[in-house]
Design a protein around this ligand. Structure first.
Ligand code: SAM
Length: 294
């Protein structure tokens, strides 16, 4: 084997993953940029485009780490709301049944009200408003602390809830979120099936599971360049930037061990999800898997 982690058993894996992310937390964001040459940003942007959330969506971002997905989600919703404000005047004038900007309400619910009440079916009265809610859940406190600091700097701290928790045993009730995202996280989970079942449990019927993860490159030419880069360059970058060769060895190993696009799609189906599809990014270096709880 290239590295020493292949022989570790399952219970050791959890501890190892914890150690890795505690070690890399402070350097995590800069390493992501360095290792992927910034491409992870494009993948995450694409991920949010695919999710295309509406205002009012309750998102649970699992293995959310330092907040990359959550920040994109909040910005996406803010943009959507701005667009809606800009266009709403014109729309309301066209439809006499809608509330107009001056506040004269016909008392009739708008299509959007139906949409939100459907999406947010089991919310209590006090929460019954169109504010989107984002929960970032991660097993590692150090990663969340870095994320909270970033959120403060970006002025987004009011929009986010940070929760320490395990993807295999989520501390959230059944049917409580509209979207479940996990980006570069599920590979690190010890029992992937358990995490998928938990995703299914917490999602509301109609809710969407969306996963961004490294995957398998099928083109042999691209694959050999990618192998060279992964095994020769990434651990060196890890040592130079974060003084941590081993954590980045683990990273490369865990990517190679993760099931390919089709096998992972099958695991998602087995957890109960329907309409399971995937999209390759950068020739399959990463992939976005999608499924619905119906
Ligand atoms: N989603 C973020 C992103 O895309 O930048 C962070 C991804 S980072 C590579 C992987 C994260 O998974 C780490 O923050 C780690 O602590 C978390 N993690 C690993 N195992 C986990 C588990 N069982 N439950 C929840 N989070 C876990």
């Amino acid at each position: 084997t290239h590295f020493g982690f292949e022989s570790i058993n399952e219970s050791e894996k959890t501890g190892k993953v914890h150690e890795v992310f505690s070690n890399v937390a402070s350097k995590y964001d800069i390493m992501n940029d360095a290792m992927s040459l910034g491409v992870h940003r494009l993948w995450k942007d694409r991920f949010m485009q695919v999710l295309d959330p509406l205002p009012g969506t309750r998102l649970l971002d699992v293995a959310g780490g330092t907040g990359d997905i959550a920040f994109r989600f909040v910005n996406w919703i803010k943009q959507k709301e701005q667009q809606r404000r800009k266009t709403s005047g014109a729309e309301f004038r066209l439809n006499p049944l809608e509330t107009d900007e001056s506040g004269s309400d016909t008392g009739l619910p708008s299509a959007e009200d139906y949409l939100y009440s459907e999406q947010r079916g089991d919310l209590s009265d006090t929460e019954e408003k169109k504010d989107s809610k984002v929960i970032i859940c991660d097993i590692n406190q150090s990663m969340l602390e870095v994320g909270k600091e970033r959120a403060k700097k970006l002025g987004l701290e009011d929009d986010l809830v940070w929760v320490t928790g395990n993807a295999e045993e989520l501390p959230f009730p059944d049917n409580s979120v509209d979207a479940y995202t996990i980006a570069f996280g599920i590979r690190n989970v010890t029992h992937i099936e358990k995490a998928l079942c938990e995703a299914y449990r917490v999602l509301t019927p109609g809710g969407r599971f969306l996963c961004l993860e490294f995957s398998q490159v099928s083109n042999p030419l691209i694959s050999s360049v990618y192998d060279l880069y992964s095994f020769q360059v990434i651990p060196v970058l890890g040592e130079v930037i974060a003084s941590d060769w081993k954590s980045y060895q683990y990273l490369v190993e865990s990517i190679r061990r993760f099931p390919n696009q089709e096998d992972f799609a099958e695991m998602i189906r087995e957890a109960g999800f329907r309409m399971v599809t995937y999209d390759n990014l950068t020739s399959g270096v990463a992939a976005i898997h999608s499924g619905f709880k119906i």
